[in-house]
Write a protein that binds this ligand. Structure first.
Ligand code: C2O
Length: 549
């Protein structure tokens, strides 16, 4: 067991992409930010010092944070923001996880530029459940805006209209050769023939699910969200914001010497989602072997063919292939019995325009998003502090509806009143409650896929389907043997997904759509998990440097 120390200086850095130069908020001047590397069981200590004018927090996305909820990071949920000139030390231990995760800012839209990979190597004595790769390469997808992203979301929230979409997708911060002015801004991976590479794919994009494919190569998926899966081959992967996917890439033997292939990603978008219809690419360049006379192939011939932007049947088939390894060494501990069932609708809605304002949303309203028709409104104190010090009054209420406020045909005609309620409402769970949660997409403003992310836990995806969830019929088909275990799941467009988790981590745990625009509109809520009776089932008090609001 080792302690890994990092220092994150939050500071501005001038960066040019697509021939536009702007100052962006970075960690240590790097974009994307530095890589955190640790081994399963290690302690990670990151001192974050804020040198910019924005308030900042950092979230370690997918890290379980067992009894270390004070280090989780979402602003006004587990902590108040780190203000200008202040610092906070995030301190957590990586327990029972190995694989790829990522860190990102968790306040407003700062994660547009504040993100980086987390690589968790397995315990020294427990090798990968697949042959050791020749090389490991993190590839992190993002989005680039020429304009200032904080200005974009602030203006959108003022007017109630949808924010502008990004100008480019990026791979390791670089848009790649299919954009104007970008060929030199391309991530290049040089490979040797006949070797296996482990690509650690991370979707850190703000608002778009992505398809990813490498021309003329197939991929073997071996892990998602830092949990091993049963390996399967595919040409294309689907990855939502908040998800990570490890794939093995086997390079061909010599006949491609000197050739270059594009590795490309573009949007999967359904419903009314506004999206950037462009393609980011990195290059896969085969070493030129000295004894080969094969000429390099021209780039244009070696582009991958990606699914269409709205190819939900590809998305469905792909997600159905994801299964837990479920071996004796890596078991799938699916909760068998359920203590509490919840049914949450997730989707978009509208909010009345505040007085004295002109709203540019549909019919003079503001766009909103909700869970069970409750659109979350951020209090000005952190939920976890309010909970721990028993000062919830004026911060949150515990009347989050366990069922939709108004049941209707979720995937058919929307109800006549599509206005959302608002508030900071939470669900309180006793320690060790076994939870089943069905999340149902609604078609109120068009059906749309929502990548829902839960903090503090992994969950098992026991079922999914299209149309309205049927509580009498559908549970009979749930997979309790080898369902995929992860931290972010796409609620299918016009369908539902069922997850199970064991609430064995005391604290306050955020759950939200990882499309940042939907989070901004209120598609979020929190679970409070009470302490258990034993000393090792209780959340310790906060660190002394926890920021104040
Ligand atoms: Cu990746 Cu609540 O976040």
């Amino acid at each position: 067991r080792v302690t890994r120390h990092y220092k994150f200086d939050i500071k501005l850095q001038k960066v040019t992409r697509l021939c536009h130069t702007k100052n962006i908020v970075t960690v240590n001047g790097q974009f994307p930010g530095p890589r955190i590397i640790a081994r399963e069981g290690d302690r990670v200590v990151v001192k974050v010092v804020n040198h910019v004018n924005n308030n900042v927090t950092i979230h370690w996305h997918g890290i379980r944070q067992l009894r270390s909820g004070w280090a989780d990071g979402p602003a006004y949920v587990t902590q108040c923001p780190i203000q200008t000139g202040q610092s906070y030390v995030y301190n957590f231990t990586i327990t029972g996880q190995r694989g790829t995760l990522f860190w990102h800012a968790h306040i407003s839209w700062l994660r547009a530029t504040l993100y980086g990979p987390i690589v968790i190597l397995p315990n020294r004595h427990i090798p990968y459940p697949f042959a050791k790769p020749y090389m490991e390469v993190p590839m992190i997808f993002g989005e680039w805006w020429n304009a200032d992203t904080e200005a974009i979301i602030n203006q959108a929230l003022q007017t109630g209209a949808a924010p502008n979409v990004s100008n480019a997708y990026t791979i390791n911060g670089l848009p790649g050769p299919l954009y104007n002015c970008s060929s030199k801004d391309t991530f290049k991976l040089k490979v040797k023939p006949g070797k296996t590479y482990l690509l650690r794919l991370i979707n850190a994009a703000l608002n778009d699910e992505l398809f990813f494919r490498i021309a003329n190569h197939s991929l073997t998926v071996v892990e998602v969200d830092a949990v091993y899966v049963k390996p399967f081959k595919t040409d294309t992967i689907l990855i939502t914001p908040g998800q990570t996917t490890n794939v093995l890439l086997k390079t061909y033997n010599h006949h491609f010497s000197g050739a270059t292939f594009l590795m490309s990603a573009r949007s999967y978008a359904t419903g009314i989602a506004a999206f950037n219809n462009s393609t980011t690419s990195a290059t896969l360049q085969y070493e030129q072997s000295s004894n080969s006379s094969t000429p390099s192939k021209p780039l244009a011939l070696l582009k991958p063919t990606l699914p269409f932007f709205n190819d939900t049947s590809f998305a469905t088939n792909y997600t159905k292939k994801l299964r837990s390894l479920a071996t004796a060494q890596f078991p799938a501990n699916v909760p068998r019995n359920v203590d509490k069932h919840f049914f949450f609708t997730v989707g978009l809605g509208l909010r009345p325009c505040p007085k004295n304002r002109t709203c540019l949303g549909p019919n003079g309203t503001m766009l909103a998003a909700s869970i069970n028709n409750v659109s979350y409104v951020q209090p000005n104190m952190a939920l976890l502090q309010a909970h721990f010090f028993r000062q919830s009054r004026g911060v949150y209420t515990t009347d989050f509806p366990v069922n939709p406020l108004l049941p209707f045909n979720y995937t058919g005609n929307p109800p006549s009143n599509i206005m959302v309620k608002s508030g900071a409402k939470v669900v309180v769970l006793a320690f060790n409650t076994s939870v089943e949660l069905v999340m149902q997409d609604t078609s109120i403003l068009g059906a749309e896929s929502h990548p829902l992310h839960l903090h503090g836990f992994n969950f098992f995806v026991v079922g999914q389907g299209f149309g309205n969830f049927d509580a009498n019929r559908d549970p009979a088909n749930f997979n309790l043997v080898d369902p995929v275990e992860r931290n972010t799941v796409g609620v299918p467009s016009g369908g539902w997904v069922a997850i199970r988790f064991l609430a064995n981590n005391p604290g306050v745990w955020f759950m939200h759509c990882h499309l940042e625009v939907h989070t901004s509109w209120g598609l979020k809520m929190a679970w409070i998990v009470m302490d258990g009776k034993l000393p090792n089932q209780k959340l310790p008090p906060p660190p002394l440097d926890l920021p104040k609001c």
